[in-house]
Design a protein around this ligand. Structure first.
Ligand SMILES: [Mg+2]
Length: 361
């Protein structure tokens, strides 16, 4: 059965308020949605990326994919990677391929009337999540309300906050967060590469009594020596990998001793086809994989990978997904469980609701 058509659209949803982390400020989230069809069945995939992905998909990827066998997703993926050679593999091109690849996996699962997790083959029925937000733009009150809400109301046992915008304030914010979530919950922090190695080590020592168990991108993830230096000097686990787009990137990071856990984002690293291989690279280095953001996209593939440790339940994406899609999974007892009664990822675009967010792209 051949892929017959492929539609693409971009939607931009404003944040509730301006948000920031250690190195970026943003006020909206753009979702690029891809819908291929085969045999009268429509698949759905998307990425959180610039709307510039949409014309790239229309101009370069669509003709590459239409006409391929809908059962042979890795074949379509290989053709897409070949087609974008002169555009450069990292960045926009990989995010565009990700949206199409995910949509093709979803389409194949629907054609076979299988949930995507079953098509991939499951190693677990559900994946642990951690609540992720705690933006540097939040007041201390907003910060502690969000983190404590996840722990106390939603029974999510691990939470992550941003640091790095104001180094002088970080230790106090970490202290306030620990105080709000209690001693039993797991507290994680993410500097988004805001610090130098020595700054990061000094900061970690300043909150050494707060039982922080995860320090993400204490320095730029391009600085593998810096990551390894911090990792050797403090006890906290070091994580990075969210800006990985291709296999060599992850192989370098995993092989350099820079991280304790490798992060990988299916909406950036060219989709499910490559994400599964990234997990294999991590496994070869005896590293766990943490799914970066995009909880709706990771729920199914995360259940298919033995060395996945958890999945990031990112505030913005959880919110945007509910505005744009039906079938978004609700966390339960700190886990995200794929709905095995629905084919594919179990998501449907809310066409009428999404229209107000559509952009000309
Ligand atoms: Mg991060």
């Amino acid at each position: 059965m051949r892929v017959e058509s492929l539609d693409v659209a971009a939607f931009t949803v404003p944040t509730e308020q301006p948000e920031s982390d250690g190195t970026l400020v943003w006020h909206e989230t753009t979702v690029v949605v891809v819908e291929p069809t085969a045999g009268g069945v429509r698949g759905l995939g998307f990425t959180y990326a610039s709307a510039a992905c949409a014309p790239l998909i229309r101009d370069v990827l669509r003709d590459t994919v239409v006409g391929t066998d809908a059962m042979d997703v890795p074949g379509a993926w290989t053709a897409m990677v070949t087609a974008i050679r002169n555009q450069g593999r990292p960045g926009i091109a990989s995010m565009a391929i990700a949206a199409v690849d995910i949509a093709l996996w979803d389409l194949k699962a629907r054609l076979l009337d299988l949930p995507l997790a079953r098509l991939l083959g499951m190693v677990r029925p559900a994946t642990p999540i951690y609540g992720s937000g705690g933006f540097t733009s939040y007041s201390t009150r907003q910060l502690v309300d969000q983190l404590a809400g996840w722990v106390n109301d939603d029974r999510i046992r691990s939470v992550k906050m941003k640091v790095g915008r104001d180094p002088a304030a970080d230790a106090e914010r970490v202290r306030a967060a620990r105080n709000a979530i209690g001693p039993a919950a797991t507290l994680m922090i993410d500097a988004n590469g805001a610090y130098s190695a020595k700054q990061a080590v000094r900061l970690a020592r300043a909150f050494a009594d707060q039982d922080v168990s995860w320090f993400e991108e204490p320095v730029s993830s391009d600085d593998l020596v810096g990551l390894r230096t911090v990792r050797e000097l403090i006890d906290i686990d070091i994580a990075a990998g969210e800006y990985g787009y291709d296999l060599p990137y992850f192989a370098h990071m995993a092989g350099s001793g820079a991280v304790d856990v490798l992060q990988a984002d299916v909406s950036r690293c060219a989709g499910i086809t490559e994400w599964l291989r990234v997990a294999a690279v991590a496994a070869a280095h005896d590293l766990g994989v943490s799914a970066h953001c995009a909880p709706s996209l990771h729920a199914h593939p995360a259940c298919a990978v033995p060395n996945v440790v958890h999945l990031e339940y990112f505030h913005d994406h959880a919110r945007v997904d509910r505005l744009l899609f039906d079938g978004v999974l609700d966390p339960s007892e700190g886990m995200l469980t794929p709905d095995l009664t629905r084919a594919g990822m179990g998501l449907e675009l809310k066409r009428a609701d999404a229209e107000r967010y559509r952009r000309a792209a």
